[in-house]
Design a protein around this ligand. Structure first.
Ligand code: TYD
Length: 207
């Protein structure tokens, strides 16, 4: 069992709020952890992130996009995530391997088994122990988004978001590391649920 916990969901699903509540809870309980986001969280991965999210990069194709996400992922995994897990820390990651399956696989229509093997290659097969998928519909996502800050991935249109939402819902049924939770629930109620699942999964939380 590793201590990697990931959060997934479309833009506006409430991941950031839940992640910051989880970080506070870990801090209060003196639990050793780090919190990172994908793509990003290392100098090289942040550089790749800026290519991926730059709205002026109209010509970026789906294959290039996928490989850039993979490159950012390989870098953060080996530079940050793996060492932290090896030292016994919890790692909270805002998006990880499943974002590629949802966005590039279900969303862009690329070959899912192939993307899964690229994920294995990029991470040397590090798989989260627990993955929360915060589920919201398209309307909630759009309502919660700041239109002035739309990035390249968020400019994908309604059909794209719908495919990603359905992709996550399908994935949630395929593996029991996934917990599909209603992202429209009041944040405190949702967090109570998340905390209960974490304590049930990991039992003794101190290192
Ligand atoms: P970000 O601003 O981090 O979005 P959020 O706050 O919603 O997590 O931007 C990351 C965007 O990249 C987001 O739209 C999802 C997308 N993405 C992929 O398409 N594939 C991936 O593998 C990853 C990690 C993210």
């Amino acid at each position: 069992m590793n201590r990697l916990i990931t959060f997934e969901g479309i833009d506006g699903s409430g991941k950031s709020t839940q992640i910051s509540m989880l970080c506070s809870k870990f801090e209060e309980n003196n639990i050793k952890f780090i919190s990172v986001r994908e793509p990003g969280s290392t100098t090289i991965s942040e550089m790749i992130r800026s290519i991926l999210l730059d709205k002026t990069n109209h010509g970026l194709g789906s294959e290039s996009e996928s490989l850039l996400f993979m490159a950012a992922r390989a870098q953060i995994t080996h530079e940050v995530i793996e060492p932290a897990l090896n030292s016994g820390k919890f790692v909270i990651c805002d998006r990880y391997i499943d974002s590629t399956i949802a966005y590039q696989g279900y969303g862009r229509g690329l070959d899912i088994p192939y993307l899964k093997s690229l994920n294995q290659y990029a991470t040397r097969n590090i798989i989260p122990e627990l993955t929360f998928i915060l589920d919201v519909d398209k309307e909630t996502s759009i309502d919660r988004r700041d239109p002035r800050e739309t990035d390249r991935m968020e400019s994908g249109g309604d059909e794209f978001i719908k495919k990603v939402i359905n992709g996550y819902r399908t994935m949630a049924k395929e593996n029991d590391r996934f917990r599909l939770l209603n992202g429209t629930k009041p944040p405190l109620d949702l967090f109570e649920n998340i905390w209960m699942i974490i304590t049930n999964t990991f039992g003794e939380l101190h290192v």
